[in-house]
Design a protein around this ligand. Structure first.
Ligand SMILES: CC(C)(COP(=O)(O)OP(=O)(O)OC[C@H]1O[C@@H](n2cnc3c(N)ncnc32)[C@H](O)[C@@H]1OP(=O)(O)O)[C@@H](O)C(=O)NCCC(=O)NCCS
Length: 229
């Protein structure tokens, strides 16, 4: 919910964002809202009264505040479609495409999708939930589609699906689905904040809603993965 100055008559503060290791929001002074600030009065008022700040300098940590304070952009901005022809070098002795080739395509489209969303260079942090549902054959057309479905502070979840199209029948079959986590990095290869995403389609909205559950599962799996190192 976005509040304008008139929505919070007694809370006239300037907001200055700083990044100090984690995310720190520094509220200072006595002035007025210098911008339309997308946080909720129900969230900020108890903190202010608890700290008895009286509009003196006040700092608190709040994960994701940059995202709340910042831009949120539509999923459509990131949506990317790529079409490929399945050729003999891409296939095994049965004439079906290598899983690794499909993964390479998925990784590439996920990177393009995340870069379009963030406007930044990205790296692949993880590829999970890859499902090879059916295979594409030599001569098939592979249609890949990627879209950002959720964001963290610096990471973006990208959903990719690959469909195989038979040229003669024009019939399309879903061959692969995957969810990847891409992280935006700055010139020093350090993670850097990304805008939030506003899902568009019903499927995107559902995937957006379940993002936290996927993140928790991913973190658990990462714990197991440490044993492999
Ligand atoms: C991904 C990478 C940038 C994370 O760096 P880091 O120093 O661990 O940074 P942080 O711990 O601050 O994590 C940054 C973000 O990455 C996410 N992340 C880190 N490791 C992750 C993993 N294995 N899976 C999913 N997300 C991960 C964190 O959750 C965090 O997201 P958030 O900011 O939205 O909350 C770093 O590990 C890296 O560069 N890895 C190599 C990437 C690469 O070369 N990929 C293959 C070729 S492109």
């Amino acid at each position: 919910m976005t509040h304008k100055p008139g929505d919070l008559p007694s809370l006239t503060v300037n907001c200055l964002l700083r990044e100090l290791g984690g995310v720190t929001m520094v509220l200072t002074g006595t002035a007025h809202f210098s911008a339309v600030v997308p946080f909720d009065a129900a969230f900020i008022q108890p903190i202010l009264s608890r700290e008895k700040m009286g509009f003196s300098v006040f700092c608190f940590l709040f994960e994701g505040v940059e995202k709340m304070m910042g831009q949120q952009i539509s999923a459509g901005i990131s949506r990317t479609v790529q079409t490929r022809l399945v050729l003999p070098p891409d296939t095994n002795h049965m004439g079906t495409i290598f899983g690794g080739t499909v993964l390479a395509y998925i990784d590439e489209i996920a990177a393009i999708t995340a870069m379009k969303h963030s406007g930044k260079v990205v790296v692949t942090a993880s590829i999970d939930t890859v499902n090879f549902l059916s295979s594409a054959r030599i001569g098939n057309v592979l249609i890949l589609e990627g879209v950002v479905i959720s964001t963290g502070r610096t990471s973006m979840e990208v959903y990719v699906k690959a469909e195989c199209q038979d040229i003669e029948t024009r019939e399309r079959t879903l061959t692969t689905t995957a969810i990847l986590t891409m992280v935006a990095v700055d010139a020093n290869s350090k993670p850097t904040p990304v805008p939030g995403v506003i899902p568009e389609t019903e499927k995107e909205k559902k995937l957006f809603e379940n993002a936290q559950a996927r993140k928790e599962r991913r973190m658990k799996l990462n714990e197991f993965a440490k044993e492999l190192v």
